[in-house]
Ligand binder design. Sequence first.
Ligand code: UD1
Length: 357
Amino acid sequence: MRVLSVVGARPQFVKLSPVAKALDEQAVDHVIVHTGQHYHENMSAVFFSELRIPAPTVSLGIGSGTHGVQTAEMLKALEPVLIEQRPDWVLIYGDTNSTLAAAVCATKLHLPVAHLEAGLRSFNRVMPEEINRILADHASDLLMAPTNTAMDNLRNEGLADKSVLVGDVMVDVCLEMAARTSRQAPQDYVDGIEPGQYFFSTIHRPSNTDDPRRLRELIGALQSAPLPVVLAVHPRLRQASADAGIELDGGNLRAIDPLGYPGTVVLLRHSRSVITDSGGIQKEAYILGRPCTTLKGETEWIETLEGGWNVLQASAAGVLEAAMRPVPDGDKPWDFGDGQASNRVASLLVAGLDPSH
Ligand code: UD1
């Protein structure tokens, strides 16, 4: 049995890590194709080494571009690889342009496609990822959903027959990394910060980076925070702030280069709270028990809102107040999973096309 995974962007490497391990344990011939959507050392290679992912079998080296160009180049480069490899499954992850390109390419070649992290919806079609998700789900043959909400979304779109609730593979990798780094301190990664006495932040959504006025307001708010804000700067934010003439460092804001996965988990876990527009980080904050303020008007991970652990705050003016709110009392109401999702994914793929297995 041959499974061919297509990945290209940072969150996909994180998801690939436990899946690759689970496939290996079931003796699956696993081919990894890296589209090259993310290519800088700290956006790509570092994840393969830190998360002990086997090196890609094929690297397409596509790089950045507009949506049309990037997706089209991937489609063109993937086709001969899929024809040559003839996998039993093409496994696609999440909602990036690499996901969409692989979904289109594989279905046109009549290869079975399995979509991991299927069924997420923000119901905001301005987000490029929302379009990628919808198209990938409708093209795929097997939809592996992380949550009951995702299963409901798939049912509402007439996709129940090919949907299976497997849980969230990011929970698997997050729990494992939390155990692996349990003795590490935030000062191991960033000088001059104290546990519980800083905010951890990431900003990379086009809706926050690409409008200079919006970005200036957000950065201004973070600079005036009452505690240090450690901002791990995604290249899109670096570029957008340079283009708009916005200095990121200043006041209490400390801009650092993008972090690998262990550093992210350590900085999240010891933060006072988290300020982000990343879907994955909203969830990791929840798993690690830190309050999160999400810089958007909606979230795909609505479970994290339960009990006030995650709060949506699209307005820059309200961010600091939200970030300073007390840690919610009591348990986290959402049962985010048991760390076994990737084993279920591997078993499902090995069992074949029938989701009832
Ligand atoms: C992509 C995904 C998004 C995901 C994010 C994770 C799409 C539509 N979006 O967004 O869902 O949350 O990855 O990070 O697929 N760049 C570099 N070096 C790199 C990669 C990118 O400098 O290694 C710069 C380039 O200027 C590029 C820009 O970042 O134009 C944006 O990269 P791109 O892959 O287009 O989208 P992301 O914003 O990273």
